[in-house]
Every structure is written in C-alpha cells, then in structure tokens.
Design a protein around this ligand. Structure first.
Ligand SMILES: *[C@@H]1O[C@H](CO)[C@@H](O)[C@H](O)[C@H]1NC(C)=O
Ligand SMILES: *[C@@H]1O[C@H](CO)[C@@H](O)[C@H](O)[C@H]1NC(C)=O
Length: 405
C-alpha cells in the first residue's frame, strides 16, 4: 500500500485578482475551517486558510470521483468549472510578484517524490502551471537524509523561521510522495509603533487569570468599526502594512463577551461587512506584541468538513498516479506569526513613527483580553492567516522581548 503524505507548511500567505463571489467562497471555507479547528483547540490558534486551499487544490487536481467531489464541495467550488478554480491563484502569483519591493513574500511549493516512482506527467505539468511547484526526487528509504533535505528547503524558504520541520520518523517505508508548501511573509506597518511606548500591562486570559505582557501603544488614523449583533458588542480594527497590499484585522469582543460564543456566530457575510463598513477614524490602539507558532494536523478538521475520502485506501487519486492504493496520511501545516512594533516580523529599517497623544482619541481599542485576527490581501480579500490570541504570553517572549523593555 503506497501512502501519500501531504505536508503543508506555512508562515504567512496572501491573495489575487479574484472575482468577488469566489473571494466570498474562500472566506466561507476559512470560517468553516476556523470553527472546525476551534472544536479541538482551546488556546491560541493560527493557520492559513489560503495555504490550506492551495494544499487541497493540489490534491484535487489529481483526484477523481468522490475524492474530488468532496474537496470541491468543501472549497465551495461546485459552480466553478474544472480548471478555472485555480486561475485565481495563478493571477495572484503574478500580481504579487509585481509589488515585491514593499514587503517580503515567499510562497514555495514542492512535490517530493520517491526516486523511481512515477507520477503522471500531466499532473506534474498542471502543478507547475497552477501552483508553480517544483518537483524534486528523494529516497524516502533513507528517512533521515530525506527529512534533512526537505527541512533544509523549508528553512531556506522561510528565512530560517521554521527549522527541523521533518524528522526521520515522519517517513515510513511506504512514503512515496510529499506535498509541501512554505509561505513566508514579512511586512512593516504602514504606521509603525514606537518602541519606547511599549509597556508591560495585564492581559486577562480566557480563564480570567491575568498575565503581564508587552503592550504596544499608538494613536492612529485607520479603519475602525464598532459592531453589535445577537446581543454581543465588538470592535474591529484594520492595521495596513506598508504598500496597502495586506492588512491585519483585529476583532475584539467587549469584555463581557465570551470569545467562544462570538466565534460560533462569525460568518463570511459578516466578515465582508466589516471590511466594507469600517470607517477611517482616530483610534487609541493598545495591542500586545506577540508571537504564535503552531503545527496543526488538519485531518480531524477536514473530516468534520466532509473531506474523508482522500484519507482512506481505495480513494481515486488516479490523476496523480496509477498505483492503486494511494491515499493521504497527514495534512500538516506549520505557521509562525509575529506582531511587533515594526510590523509582522522584526525589521531594522527606519520608518515614519507616529506620535502618541493618547488622551485626545475618541475611540479606544485596548486588546487586553482574547481577540481574533485575520491577515488579508486587500485587492482580493483573500485570507492568508486567521487565528485567535487567548494568551499572548509565550515562553519565547519571556527572554528576549521582556528583557528589552
Ligand atoms: C495585574 O494582575 C495582577 C494579578 O492578577 C493584579 O494583582 C494587579 O493588580 C493587576 N494590575 C493592574 C494594573 O490591574
Ligand atoms: C457534510 O455532509 C452532510 C451530509 O451530506 C451535510 O449534512 C453537512 O452539511 C455537510 N457539512 C459540511 C460542513 O459541508
């Protein structure tokens, strides 16, 4: 029995010249997936909806029958003709490469094949066309060496942020094919926070306990909205990255609202409403400096979204290979995400700093309790990252970040 491992590894991701309905369907899938992940995760969450779409898209391209139908249904691609669905990704790839000077964006896909194993020519060709994936040969029988080879590739594509993604134990004698995608994004804020204004403050975790965290502060003029619905109130804030191509959206429930109650009610329609209804306003922002790193296995979440067939022996992946018993054994995603004064990752370039005159602001946005966040590509409204912060106090922060205060 041959196995396909699907490894999807991500840092940060982004969108394209998509038509609006397709963008909405992508957001619907992102929300479904978020809610499925929440069922089995109690604390911080970070994942890349777009990265998952990409990984599933690569499988769908070679799947037939029920295996293909389930993916298309879950990705809401039923109304899209086959072949057309990934044209969005294609135009995204080209759009994004035109604006490279404003941010660092690296999206790399690779298929690692067992030496001597045959994958259909057409599949390799389509992968190259739609996903710009590279095809590489390794010998999984030498598990340790292939793990090192692939980990080194991942590390180089993620600016060293994700090391040792694989170990020899990840590959068995039956491993034949691995799909990997590495996404790395680094952007500076359009308006940076001033480091001197960052202070230690209490953050009240979901369980009510307080933890001291570095809180960045700034007075900004940016898109902001106060929303209420189903007896819950919340604020939404948009912080654009330099170049205006990407933005961070933060959704902060009122203090008396349980974040889990709020999550259950989020819909794609609502998210699009936030995007369109937020208005430029002056806002006093307090936002934790934080890092979230997570390696997630999506199998369970995808199962609950009706993608089951690709995980069972006998599924039809004949577009990939003629070998009979081929199925997916794992879908892993590894994301590293960091928010600091400069932007999404430590950067040394000097930027325009904004004054902090806190007392004059009408609106206060104080993220000192659990919140949700979304990183989106603005022209396409694609969601690169989605997650929540229930406790920004990670071990890593204690050393470097707190010492620097
Ligand atoms: C911060 O939390 C600690 C522990 O719960 C509490 O003793 C302290 O009073 C809090 N500080 C502020 C400024 O609220
Ligand atoms: C999964 O399939 C069942 C039965 O066809 C359907 O009722 C349910 O709505 C589907 N769930 C999702 C998330 O598509």
């Amino acid at each position: 029995m041959d196995k396909i491992l699907l490894w999807s590894l991500l840092l940060i991701f982004s969108g394209s010249q998509a038509s609006r309905p397709l963008a909405q369907r992508n957001i619907e899938f992102a929300v479904d997936l978020y809610q499925a992940i929440c069922l089995s995760h109690k604390n911080n969450i970070i994942f890349s909806p777009l990265g998952t779409t990409l990984g599933l898209g690569m499988v769908q391209l070679g799947a037939k029958g029920k295996a293909q139908q389930q993916i298309r249904q879950t990705l809401k691609l039923q109304e899209t003709s086959a072949g057309e669905e990934f044209s969005v990704l294609k135009s995204f790839f080209s759009a994004i490469s035109e604006k490279k000077q404003e941010f660092t964006f690296n999206l790399a896909n690779a298929l690692y094949l067992q030496e001597g194993f045959t994958v259909k020519e057409q599949y390799l060709h389509s992968n190259k066309e739609f996903f710009q994936s590279a095809i590489k040969l390794v010998d999984f029988q030498d598990a340790k060496t292939s793990a090192e080879t692939i980990s080194t590739w991942v590390e180089s594509k993620t600016d060293g942020k994700i090391k040792d993604m694989f170990s020899g134990e990840d590959f068995g004698p039956l491993t034949r094919l691995i799909l990997v995608n590495a996404v790395y994004f680094k952007g500076d804020w359009k308006q940076k926070f001033t480091k001197e204004n960052t202070q230690l403050m209490n953050f009240t975790k979901k369980d009510g306990a307080a933890v001291k965290i570095p809180m960045m502060k700034a007075l900004v003029r940016t898109k902001y909205g106060y929303f209420s619905g189903s007896s819950m109130n919340y604020q939404v804030l948009e912080l654009p990255y330099k170049g205006d191509e990407f933005s961070l959206i933060i959704v902060l429930p009122a203090e008396d609202v349980n974040i889990e109650e709020m999550e259950k009610q989020i819909t794609a329609h609502q998210i699009l409403k936030w995007f369109s209804e937020m208005q430029e306003e002056e806002v006093e922002v307090s936002l934790p400096r934080f890092q979230v790193e997570q390696k997630l296995d999506f199998k369970e979440a995808l199962y609950s979204l009706n993608i089951t067939e690709i995980f069972s022996g006998g599924c039809d992946l004949s577009g990939i290979t003629d070998s009979a018993e081929v199925f997916i054994s794992q879908v892993m995603q590894h994301v590293f995400f960091e928010i600091n004064e400069d932007g999404s990752e430590a950067a040394t370039s000097a930027g325009m700093h904004i004054p902090v005159i806190m007392s004059l602001a009408q609106n206060q946005f104080i993220a000192n309790h659990p919140f949700l966040f979304i990183v989106k590509n603005n022209p396409t409204e694609s969601i690169l990252f989605m997650g929540r912060v229930t406790n920004p106090d990670t071990q890593k922060m204690k050393g470097r970040d707190l010492d620097s205060l």
